[in-house]
Structure formats: C-alpha cells, structure tokens
Design a binder for this molecule. Structure first.
Ligand code: MN
Length: 737
C-alpha cells in the first residue's frame, strides 16, 4: 500500500481538531491542554501501528473519544481516558507514567479499560470471566463502561476489515452483552446501532432486504405521516410553543426481530414507525404540557386504551421518560405516538451522561441507577457463582421489564416483570423470604407463586416452621431470590451432610476401614455419586442406608478413572484430529485449513448448503453445524468463542437436506393435492412430513422436505407461491419452537 505520509499527518490533525471542536462546549480552563497532552502521548505511542483496515491506529482512539463526546455526552476525563485506552496494552507506556501526568482518576479508568480489553481482543474460553471483571470496574466508575461501549461501537463500525470468524465472534458478543448493556444504561441510539450492525455482519442478505424495503416504502409512508400530523400541527401552532415532530422507522434489527418472532413477512409488520412529538418547555410544566399534547392527539384520533404508557410519572429503570399512546388513523391503521420534552428526548437517546446537563432532576434517575449498580455489585460478590452462571444472572437483570408494587405501608418497590409473591418476600428481607408461606395481595389470600402485577399491594405471611425447598427455585424469577434460595438450600444440605459424615465414619470404623481421600474416592464410585458432599448428604438423608454402606466391604475398586465431562477437547486438538482423518466425499469444509470432517447439523436451525454457517465443538456429539443467524448463535459465540470453528459449504453434490416450510393461504377444494403435486412431481422433492390445519377458511400447512441447497429451496418456494390460493410460503427457522 502506498501511503502519502504528509497527507496522512494532515488527516490526523484534522480529526484531532474536529474532536476539540465538538468537545468545546464542555471544556473548562486547562482542559484543552490536558487533551492535547493525551493526544500527543497516544500519537507517539501508536506511531508505527496500523489497524486491520490499513489506517493509522491513532484514528481509533480519536474516534472513540469523539463518540464519547458527541454520542454519549461525556467530558474531559473521559476524552483523555479514551485517547489513552489502548496505550498501556499495546505500547511501552505504563500506568505509572499516566498517573504522573494525569493523576489517579484517569489512571484508574485507563486501568479498568486495559483489564477488560481481553474480552473481545482474544476470544478465549475466559470470555465470561472477563466480562465479570469488566463489571467489577463498572461498579467503581461507570465511565469505564461508557468508554468501553464507545470502543465497541467503533470496532463494530469497522468490522468489515476483520476476518470472517472474528466478525462473527465480535458481532455475537455484541448482541449478547453490549447491546443489552447499552440498553440498561439508557443509550438508546448506541444500542440500536449495535443491533443493526450485528444483523449486518451475521445475516447480510436479510439486513439488505429489510433496508431496501424500508427505502422502497418511504414515499408512501411520508405522505401518510404528513396527512396524519397536519391537524395536530395546526393545534400546536396555536399554542405558540416550540415543538418538533419526528418520525423515524423502527430499526432494521427490531423489524427483523418482529418478523422472526411472529413469523411474518415485512409487509405485515404494522408498526413500522412511531411519531414523536417533542416540545420545548420548562421543567415545572413538563408533565401537564405532555398531557395537553396527548389531549390534542386524541381529539383527532381514537386511542387504544390498552396501549397507554405513562413513563413520565414513573420513569423506566434506565431513566427513560415519555408518554406513549397508540391511536387509530383515518385509514384504520394503528399508529404509535410518543410525547415528550426536549430534555426527555435527549436523555432517551444519550442516557446516563445526558443527565448531567439537567442536574436538578437527576435525583429520581440517580437512585434507580444506583440501585442497579448495587444489584450488580451484589451479584459480583457471590464468589461461588461460575462465570457463566454469572453472565446469565446479569442478563436476567438487564432484560427484565419492571413492575411497580407497594408494601402494606405504601412504599414503592420495583420488581422484575413476572416476579411472584416469593420474589417480593426476598426483595424485602432474606428472613421474610425464607419463612414465607403465602401473601395477601390487595387483601386477597394468594399462594407464594402468585405472579404480581403493576400496582399490587402485598402483605407477606410468614411462619417460623417454614423452610425453603427445591421447588421454590421454580417459583421465583429474580436473580436475587434465586441466589438466596440456593444459599439456604446449600446451608441445609451442608447440615444434613454433616450428620451424614458422622454416621458414615462411625459405620466404617465398625467395619475397620480408615477414612481417607482414597476411600472417599472409592465410595463415590461405588455409590455412583458426583461429589463427596452428595455422598454425605445421601447418607444423612437416609437415601444411602447403613445396610448399603455394609455392602461396600466387598467392593473391589476398578482402578479405571472415568473421564470428567468437562475435559472437552479444544479446537486445536480437534483440528489435528481432522487432519489425520483424511477426506471423504462431502460438502462441508471445516476448520482453519478448511478440511472435510465429520459433523452433525444442529436441530435448532437445520442448515442446508448455501446457508452461512459455523462449526461448534460440543461436549459429546462432535462438531455441530449452525447457521450464523441461528437463534442460539449469540449465546454460543459469546460464551464459548474458543469452541467455534469456521465452516463453509463447497460445491454441492446430490445430497439432500431436511428443512421446513410454512404455507399459509385460503382454503379451497383440492389445494393440498396441488401443493403436494408441485413438491413431489414437478420438482421431485422428497417430503418427510406434511400437516395441514384449516380454520375458518384459512389453512396453515407445515411441510418437512429434503432439498439440495438454498437455490433449490427458493425455486420451490416461488413455485408454491404460484399455486392458486397460496398467500405466503416461509422457511421456518426452528423445529424446536
Ligand atoms: Mn480500542
């Protein structure tokens, strides 16, 4: 590559100036100097480095800093930390150097960012563990996570130049962890962009298709919106108030999600866009003004009473405030209208950081964020949680929508949606949870697994005789309650195990057996239990009786050590095995060297040739092939990146693959016959099963059939769509659902 050094230098300076320009409104005295110093250090440190795309490396920290300012609304401390975020890891500069120049605060942020770098840079088995580490730093200074999100956003924007397997890993990790994290911190714009980029890099065809369709429907949509808002505009104009009406289509990813979840085509996604009315008003008039606008909107259009959401009186946990209603337009179409003030809008887009601009009203939000951080910290402090369990827990905290309920004294509590009376009991206090026998919800007696709803008032009933049991784990959904119950059960188990130990040792002594580690090992094998604790517990519980222990006297140890399940071969050894096996006539190439190996097709997404796929090394079933857009892919790739291997279809042979089609249409005599004729006669496709349901003149068919590849399948779909009465033919994703 030929690089014009002078030109490049000029570009670097231009970008640096652009950063300063954007930061200007937040800069205080001396800040510009500090930023310049950080820039100089970073530039010198990354001097000879380039990104995969060929650009100078310094573009990356500069852009990350710019995102921090422009899209998250952060200040000087974060700009400096962002500029330095890759310096310690990649160059000779050390933390102590940074501390000397910039002080403790910035150093600790850079340190946090350096520690969590491995999360995406090296996709090892320790991914989950790394994520846990990251949240440790989060609970110290939330800016670490905000800068990290800016870093991830830039890496996603430039993912194009990365090799395919890395693209998949980074993209899936993003959808699994970072997008939810951005959501939880109220960074809506970043969350949406991360999700769209995820789809673009994992399923480009679908992404393109949806984007094109959004484009193609733009003119008619705009015409509709113009007509819809005209009467509202006229009224608002008379109020002499500054306002703005926006309407943006839903993001590509959320449309995709809707299509997938409801198994409908693009054309049937009815809420493609929402209309947003943003008014400029002073803080004390916000609420009444929003309701005034609501009143104007519903003067013209009938609202759906089930779809009114008031997040102004009770903001969402991530700080979101807005008034939502869905109304019926003149053409019979439902339209969502969001009403909010300028301040609320900025917070909705930029989240946490935007709050600093509106200090006086942050109290409510601050306390919610603080509560969340406390919950994260609590989870982090649980030592015995494995990293994977931890990530699950954390996601549980992220995704749950919240429900507001009250204590008997009228105190407001926030609990996750779907939470039960038992969850609530644990939310109040562990002792109350442990002794809970039921509850009174709005004066009515209910069992402990009763699901609570918004506005419920709950009184917990307890009994000193109550004790938690295994079933309780199914009655709660909050990670907090789950963990507490597990703790209590463990405690209980340990007590029983202690009794068991006494019994066992006494009995063995009578049998003249000295208890040592080896004997325990043999006992474990003899009674076929997984751990010493389980053995002792079973003795304590009387599941293993004295008579059983007696039989151990005649036991001859086999001496053969069973392989632990956890000893999963890693990719390297599997790839070596692959090499020694040689080639056979097959259609899938796997691994770095693109060899032919044995594999199984995953049942969750039933890949066929032509699909983009990856291999996943499983514990007991060898290599499984999944589609890159498989619903399970994010979890697999994000948590077990080291077990993922490349896979690619080569030119196809006459091999048939099982796939499923859903056919929907209007019923008529002979239709089933026509459909199956197309399949078996015209295209000579083998059907494995066929089922049809008819309901009020609409038929729904599911066909499992064998095809050669995606082209073959597409041909079949277009032939089927031409059958009279057939309205829609779709491949379905998963047989499991
Ligand atoms: Mn970086």
């Amino acid at each position: 590559m030929v690089v014009d050094a002078v030109e490049e230098k000029r570009e670097i300076i231009n970008r640096y100036r652009r950063l300063l320009r954007k930061a200007k409104p937040v800069l205080k005295e001396g800040d510009a100097k500090l930023i310049k110093r950080a820039f100089t250090i970073a530039m010198e440190a990354h001097k000879n480095m380039r990104r995969k795309s060929g650009e100078p490396y310094i573009f990356h920290p500069l852009t990350v800093a710019e995102i921090c300012v422009e899209e998250i609304g952060l200040g000087t401390t974060s700009i400096v930390a962002a500029l330095l975020h890759d310096v310690v890891e990649d160059t000779d500069i050390q933390l102590s150097d940074i501390e000397r120049t910039f002080g403790k605060k910035i150093t600790s942020i850079v340190d946090g960012l350096t520690k969590i770098r491995g999360v995406f840079e090296y996709g090892t088995s320790a991914q989950a563990e790394n994520f846990r580490k990251m949240l440790f730093t989060l609970s110290e200074d939330v800016r670490v996570i905000l800068i990290k999100l800016a870093d991830r956003l830039h890496n996603m924007r430039t993912l194009e130049s990365m090799p395919r397997n890395k693209q998949l890993r980074v993209a899936n990790e993003t959808i699994y962890l970072y997008a939810p994290l951005a959501h939880r911190l109220g960074l809506n714009a970043i969350k949406t962009e991360l999700e769209d980029l995820y789809l673009r890099f994992t399923d480009y065809a679908t992404y393109r298709d949806i984007a094109n369709k959004i484009d193609a429907t733009k003119t008619s949509r705009n015409r509709f919106i113009k007509q819809f808002v005209q009467p509202i505009k006229d009224e608002l104009d008379m109020l002499k108030v500054n306002y703005e009406i926006k309407s943006r289509p839903k993001s590509i990813f959320s449309i995709f999600n809707k299509m997938r979840k409801q198994n409908i085509p693009f054309e049937e996604v009815y809420d493609l866009f929402a209309i947003r009315i943003i008014i400029d008003t002073s803080l004390e008039h916000e609420k009444s003004f929003c309701w005034q606008v609501y009143s104007i909107v519903t003067d013209f259009y009938t609202p759906n009473p089930d779809r009114l959401r008031d997040w102004i009186s009770t903001p969402k946990g991530n700080g979101y405030e807005s008034l939502h209603t869905t109304v019926m337009a003149k053409n019979g179409q439902w339209v969502e209208v969001q009403i909010r003030t300028k301040r609320m809008d900025e917070i909705a887009e930029k989240g946490y950081a935007a709050h600093w601009k509106y200090k006086d009203n942050t109290a409510k939000y601050e306390s919610n964020l603080e509560k969340w951080l406390v919950r994260v910290r609590e989870t982090l402090e649980k030592q015995d949680l494995t990293a994977l369990e931890f990530v699950d827990d954390f996601r549980g905290n992220l995704f749950n929508e919240e429900v507001f309920v009250f204590t008997p004294k009228g105190e407001l509590k926030t609990i996750p949606k779907g939470a039960t009376a038992l969850d609530f009991a644990f939310e109040i206090h562990t002792d109350i949870g442990a002794k809970c026998i039921g509850a009174k919800v709005n004066q009515k007696l209910v069992p402990i697994n009763h699901v609570l709803r918004n506005g419920d008032q709950i009184e917990i009933l307890t009994s000193s005789k109550q004790k938690p049991n295994e079933d309780w784990l199914r009655f709660v959904i909050s990670p907090k309650a789950k963990n507490k119950i597990k703790d209590l059960l463990k405690e209980d188990r340990r007590k029983v195990a202690d009794d068991g130990k006494e019994i066992l040792i006494r009995k063995l002594r009578q049998m003249k057996i000295d208890v040592n580690g080896q004997v325990y090992e043999q006992l474990r094998e003899f009674f076929n239990v997984s751990s010493q604790l389980e053995l002792l517990y079973k003795v304590g519980k009387g599941i293993i009786t004295i008579a059983d222990i007696k039989k151990f006297q005649d036991y001859k140890p086999t001496g053969v050590k069973k392989l632990a399940v956890s000893e999963v071969a890693d990719v390297k050894t599997i790839e070596q095995e692959i090499k020694s096996k040689g080639r056979s006539e097959d259609t899938l190439l796997i691994g770095e060297d693109m060899d032919v190996v044995e594999y199984k097709l995953a049942k969750c997404c039933t890949p066929i040739p032509g699909d983009e796929v990856f291999g996943f090394v499983t514990v007991s079933e060898g290599i499984k092939i999944h589609r890159t857009n498989c619903p399970n892919a994010p979890e697999l790739l994000a948590n077990h990146g080291n077990r993922v291997i490349k896979a690619k279809w080569t030119s196809q042979h006459e091999v048939a693959f099982l796939t499923g089609l859903k056919v929907v249409g209007t019923d008529r005599v002979g239709l089933i016959n026509d459909v199956s004729k197309v399949i078996s006669e015209e295209l000579k496709v083998n059907m494995s099963s066929l089922s049809f349901k008819t309901d009020h003149g609409i038929f729904n068919g599911e066909i499992m059939l064998y095809v050669n590849d995606t082209r073959h399948l597409e041909m079949l779909i277009s032939k089927l769509e031409k059958v009279e009465g057939v309205v829609q033919v779709n491949r379905f994703d998963s047989r499991a659902s």
